[in-house]
Design a protein around this ligand. Sequence first.
Ligand code: ZN
Ligand code: FE
Ligand code: FE
Ligand code: ZN
Length: 267
Amino acid sequence: MQPICDYHMHTPLCGHAVGEPEQYAAQAIKLDLKEIGFSDHLPLLSHEDPKISMNRSQLPLYHKMIENVKKNHDPILRVRIGIEADYLEGYEEQTRNLLASYPYDYVIGSVHFIKDWGFDDPAQRQGWTGKDIDQVYHDYFDLLRKSAQSELFDIMGHVDLVKKFGHRPQEDMSGEVQKTAEVFRDAGVAIEINTAGLRKPVGEMYPAPWMLKVYRKAGVLLTFGSDAHDPKDVGRDFEEALALAQAAGYKKYILFKNRKIEDEQKI
Ligand code: ZN
Ligand code: FE
Ligand code: FE
Ligand code: ZN
């Protein structure tokens, strides 16, 4: 058993992914997925970095590309158009305006930056040197809560990305996660099980199994994403992801259209 849809995948426009969107769709069909959603990185508003995201002038092309994939596969594969937007403190209104300029089926909100440090960017990994890891975790969870409260997003992306390179806190973070789960529930945002963590130094999906339980108990809804930056990673490790959801007590996951919950699937 696997989820029927993968909501987190990229395109080469972001500068760090390979393969044409058609190849992502082909892999999804091969795996018998019924629905996919592209969620490439929204142009970064704080600064331009062609290795992190497309620039604003490429957004129309992104939408056109995905519309084409959608047309080509209707009705065998439902194709949704999403986006992965950074939460950048101080840029909330600009982000809101940019998101409003195109129609989306869902917006994934991701924290990749603490102030101007891209803590998960391999090119900025040296930024971890000498840092108080517990403090980085506290800062990260604080930003996750602020991002949910910004009302910019529908799904929160990889909600313990801070562990990507294997940095582990000494302190017990269960209080942080509990608080975060309550804020997510009250803000009405969902989370994702993101399988990409398995392919990173930490070797574990996002979020960790114990965190997923906290989110489920708080009543936070669920989606699934591979965070594929390569067609071969579409739907990757999805059976394990579904088993993880089941073990956390989830009975269903949700599907989006036009930024609303469109349907749910039983687990
Ligand atoms: Zn990426
Ligand atoms: Fe991300
Ligand atoms: Fe992503
Ligand atoms: Zn991501």
